[in-house]
Design a protein around this ligand. Structure first.
Ligand code: FPP
Length: 231
């Protein structure tokens, strides 16, 4: 466990569109700026000794956005994800993509495979990019996997967890969301059973290293009880 006790942080990156609209820019400009903020959040997390950082980049519901925006986000991941390979290698960042990988455009699948393979030995921080991700689908996929394996014992929470994508990841200690909305939007539903939650008005493109520190300071004020009576 990291010194600050916050081993795994999850971020729901919201408000890119509003950041752009406020500046009379196209929504896509907000996503590009969000990508810069994402990099600052990774650096801040490394500084603060966070070992796992999960980022909600594209949900299974985001396909319903205008085709131009969906295409833009697909191209962003296909180009910028492998485009930052030097950065991941120099900082010891392992990249994992969490979510349904089938039915993604071929250039996106290729970018994912390339980056996951190239960074698999890196161990300073694991950055989990949730892409084409939905918490409910993830639980359904785990149950289908159990059925496929012809496991006939009773379904238990442990069995579901073992069959979720990347079962070696620790549960998420804290989930934070930018841009003032106060909901989980289908993010890490199984893992978030005992996560601390934090909601902040600041739009995601305005997040930086110092803001990650503020989040940790808030986390340290929380008493975690996991259903017990606490310390
Ligand atoms: C939510 O803001 C943000 C997204 C749906 C996309 C987040 C994606 C990135 C930050 C880039 C990720 C790219 C890579 C390569 C990992 P919104 O559009 O819902 O904002 P709004 O609520 O203000 O409209």
């Amino acid at each position: 466990m990291a010194d600050n006790n916050l081993e795994h942080l999850g971020i729901i990156m919201d408000g890119n569109g509003r950041w752009a609209s406020k500046r009379h820019l196209p929504r896509t400009a907000g996503h590009l700026e969000g990508l810069k903020a994402l990099k600052r959040c990774i650096l801040g997390s490394i500084e603060m000794d966070i070992k796992f950082l999960s980022l909600y980049a594209f949900s299974t519901e985001n396909w319903s956005r205008p085709k131009t925006e969906v295409n833009y986000l697909m191209n962003l991941i296909a180009t910028k994800l492998p485009g930052e390979l030097k950065f991941y290698m120099s900082k010891g960042i392992r990249i994992l993509i969490r979510g349904r990988k089938e039915n993604l455009p071929q250039n996106v699948s290729e970018a994912i495979t390339k980056v996951e393979d190239a960074t698999k030995e890196n161990s300073i921080i694991t950055v989990i990019i949730c892409f084409n991700y939905g918490g409910q689908s993830e639980i359904a996929d785990a149950i289908n996997k159990i059925i496929e394996k012809k496991i006939t014992t009773l379904i238990t929470p442990e069995l579901i967890r073992e069959n979720i994508q990347f079962p070696f990841l620790p549960p998420v200690d804290m989930i934070v969301r930018s841009a003032g909305e106060k909901r989980l939007s289908n993010f890490l539903l199984w893992e978030s059973a005992y996560s601390e939650l934090g909601f902040y008005d600041k739009l995601f493109p305005d997040w930086n290293e110092d803001f990650i520190k503020e989040i940790i300071i808030e986390f340290l004020t929380r008493t975690r009880k996991f259903g017990g009576l606490g310390k």
